[in-house]
Design a protein around this ligand. Sequence first.
Ligand SMILES: *Cc1c(COP(=O)(O)O)cnc(C)c1O
Length: 408
Amino acid sequence: MSDRSDDAESDVSHEADAPREADAADRHFETRAIHAGQEPDPETGALMTPIHANSTYQQDAPGEHRGYEYSRTGNPTRTDLEANLASLESGSHARCFASGMAAINTVLNLLESGDHVVAGDDVYGGTHRILTQVYEQYDIETSFVDTTDHDAVRDAVREGTELVWVETPTNPLMNVNDIGALAEIAHANDALCAVDNTFATPYLQRPLEHGADIVSQSLTKYLGGHSDTIGGALIVDDDDLDERLGFYQNSVGATPGPFDSFLVLRGTKTLSVRMERHCENAMELAEWLEDHDDVSRVYYPGLESHPDHELAAEQMDAFGGMLSFEFDGTLDQASTVVSETEVFTLAESLGGVESLIEQPAAMTHAAIPREERLAAGLTDGLIRVSVGIEHVDDMKADLQRAFDAALA
Ligand SMILES: *Cc1c(COP(=O)(O)O)cnc(C)c1O
């Protein structure tokens, strides 16, 4: 590659970015999950993308290299993962990061002092923290609103609003936001619409197809899928936007190593079969909980009782593996439930093959004052589960035993 401009580091173009047969967009998701961005090694025939544990690359003459100069800027294992994720999210480009938060930070790097952000009032805690505790000090203000209320979003958008940040389904009450409608509101004000697609995954929902400009993923969750790595990604369908994000990816340097990239690439191959089972188990568990005497409410977009069920059915291909429910008991009794389960491991995070359980009021949302927490629907007995791919009967038996222990 000899057309090296002065800031070539910011607009790296890898030979590996050239369209490949394996990326054929007309193939089905399941096929692209396994083949997009990945071809047998031309030298050895090795099927799997190698872990390119490597910091730098030999050049034939200054600036004359084979697409790679330095692994912060580009690493072949990461390139394959990026091509894979771009295909799955129906985008043209993906950029990978050392964590979901590093990916989110990179979107915020696009903003300037004086800019304004509109975000959901129930966004991921880390997103709320970076917007308020990091970016406010640079005079970038965020209005947090109920993004299911489009009038409220329209009212919050003002001159200087450059970004509308959407999460759907949200945590822990599984509210579903209308991506197309929110993207339209953003675009009417020349703002970007970014969607955190971590809970749904591209197997169930592809925000770029609904008009979003940027998709953000915590690869730590379903895409990695095995609770063994931390990672993030941004996916876009626009060359200029990708270039701008690439500049910050390389300048800030929170990029994933090749082993982490490999683990996620390994994860995406089975995403479709894992998600099928996650969804099937979650639906059955949600119905069982809804009929249960010790449970007063279930939050799962697949249930007809969920206020956003119809929107979810339109926007998503299925309803995902995350659900919350209100255990009919005190804060302490709900704490006993989550401590007693064995199939469900008491832990934060989500999206792995194993089932996890947590109590927002005592864990992820404990910092919110009780009155405020209750007003937001986060009751003492609220329990969130990440439904794994174990046998659903074992999950029911596990919860029943924990309910009995809590109420004994
Ligand atoms: C976990 C998570 C993040 C942050 O990702 P990390 O990989 O933990 O940095 C962002 N958004 C959502 C919805 C998440 O669940």
